[in-house]
Design a binder for this molecule. Structure first.
Ligand SMILES: C[S@@+](CC[C@H](N)C(=O)[O-])C[C@H]1O[C@@H](n2cnc3c(N)ncnc32)[C@H](O)[C@@H]1O
Length: 275
């Protein structure tokens, strides 16, 4: 029988509790260092990452803190819904641990480890646009895109190029909202790019976005910070669209452009009841 996500999380919590009761603190440090290099896991650096991972049902493997009281106080004031989970699962470690984990801010008081979700099929018709980042280079930008995509309920953030969209610095910049949408790296030949809705590629030379209606199943493509859209994505695009800019301004930041694109899509839809 296949375990459900919540059963898996409960099992993980039991394992953490057992570990906490049985082993000395140094064992936990050693385990955290090992988990940080496991490619099947995601490092959650900081409170907001852990909070969203819990809210969006990530499968947590271990949560370590260098200041249990401060972490629980913060949760009490910012996110009471996750306090009980933290109280049950937090394992205290020496403050030097964060500095020994790849990609983690050395000052972090809370670090978690969760299982990387296995991407589902892209075959179903989308009810909200997906975002395609064409070779993004900046980890902070990529995280900011995931955050805004989650906020607007975009169906996915797909990225080409060598940057891992699940890198700890990207997950931190995304406040852990990777678990609220689908985030994965693809190649330019990936079938996810073909035969699914129109591809709207964002570029300052395109048609004015204000004149365009973005359908729910649109794929919205954005270029890299330095070089813009690749020739391959330009060729594949159904429409090139531009966000208006004042004279002498050459471009917007990547994440800002994604936010404008998704806002434009959302503004063209009926507002869901109660929002
Ligand atoms: C920082 S810009 C890239 C600037 C780059 N030097 C170039 O040649 O395009 C990153 C991406 O944001 C999007 N973008 C920025 N400003 C835009 C605008 N005014 N209209 C449409 N897309 C824009 C584009 O997808 C662009 O490739």
């Amino acid at each position: 029988m296949v375990a459900t996500k919540s059963q898996q999380s409960a099992d993980a919590a039991r394992r953490v509790k057992a570990r906490r009761q049985s082993g000395p603190v140094t064992d936990v440090v050693r385990e955290a260092i090992r988990l940080a290099t496991d490619p099947q896991l995601v490092v959650l650096d900081g409170f907001h990452c852990v909070k969203h991972a819990i809210r969006f049902d990530a499968e947590l493997v271990l949560l370590v803190t260098t200041d249990r009281a401060a972490t629980l106080d913060l949760a009490d004031s910012l996110a009471p819904d996750v306090v009980e989970r933290l109280r049950a699962e937090l394992v205290s470690v020496n403050p030097s641990l964060a500095g020994r984990l790849r990609g983690v801010d050395p000052g972090s008081e809370l670090v978690g480890f969760a299982r990387r979700p296995v991407p589902g099929s892209d075959a179903t018709r989308r009810s909200a646009p997906a975002v395609l980042l064409d070779n993004p280079r900046n980890l902070g930008n990529l995280g900011a895109v995931v955050r805004v995509a989650a906020g607007f309920g975009a169906s996915a953030v797909l990225s080409t190029g060598s940057v891992d969209p699940w890198h700890p610095a990207v997950v931190r910049a995304g406040a852990g909202l990777h678990f609220a949408t689908t985030v994965r790296r693809i190649t330019p030949e990936d079938p996810a790019l073909a035969g699914q809705g129109q591809l709207f590629a964002f570029d300052p030379s395109g048609e004015d976005l204000r004149e365009i209606e973005l359908p729910d199943d649109a794929l919205l493509a954005f270029g890299s910070e330095r070089h813009g859209l690749s020739a391959a994505v330009r060729r594949r695009a159904d429409r090139l669209v531009s966000i208006p800019m004042a004279e002498l301004v050459s471009s917007y930041n990547l994440a800002t452009s994604v936010a404008v694109g998704l806002y434009h899509w959302s503004a063209g839809r009926a507002r869901p009841a109660g929002r």
